[in-house]
Design a protein around this ligand. Sequence first.
Ligand code: SF4
Ligand code: SF4
Length: 91
Amino acid sequence: MKYWRLPLDAEGIPVVRGIVHIINDRCKGCGYCIEFCPREVLAFSKEFNKKGYHPPMVVSDGCLNCHYCEQLCPEFAIYSEEAEPAAGKVL
Ligand code: SF4
Ligand code: SF4
């Protein structure tokens, strides 16, 4: 999303970023995390897990550590944790 104007102190505000962890063999390939991630961070991978499903993979570095994928996943197969803040990066 592009904003048409920015706060004057945007350069100095640290933006929270997340690191997504996927426990491949727990995934049942429902795609909720992919469909509802507000930053389109995830996509189906081509690999198969032990259950025969395609688990998600991370396809962008836009994760904001909102934990939404974590809340949605019925199999507790995905979670995020906070990465080092990067000052001055604009959403
Ligand atoms: S934590 Fe939020 S932004 Fe990051 S992958 Fe999950 S749903 Fe997307
Ligand atoms: S929500 Fe969970 S079970 Fe569904 S695709 Fe994502 S990681 Fe797999």
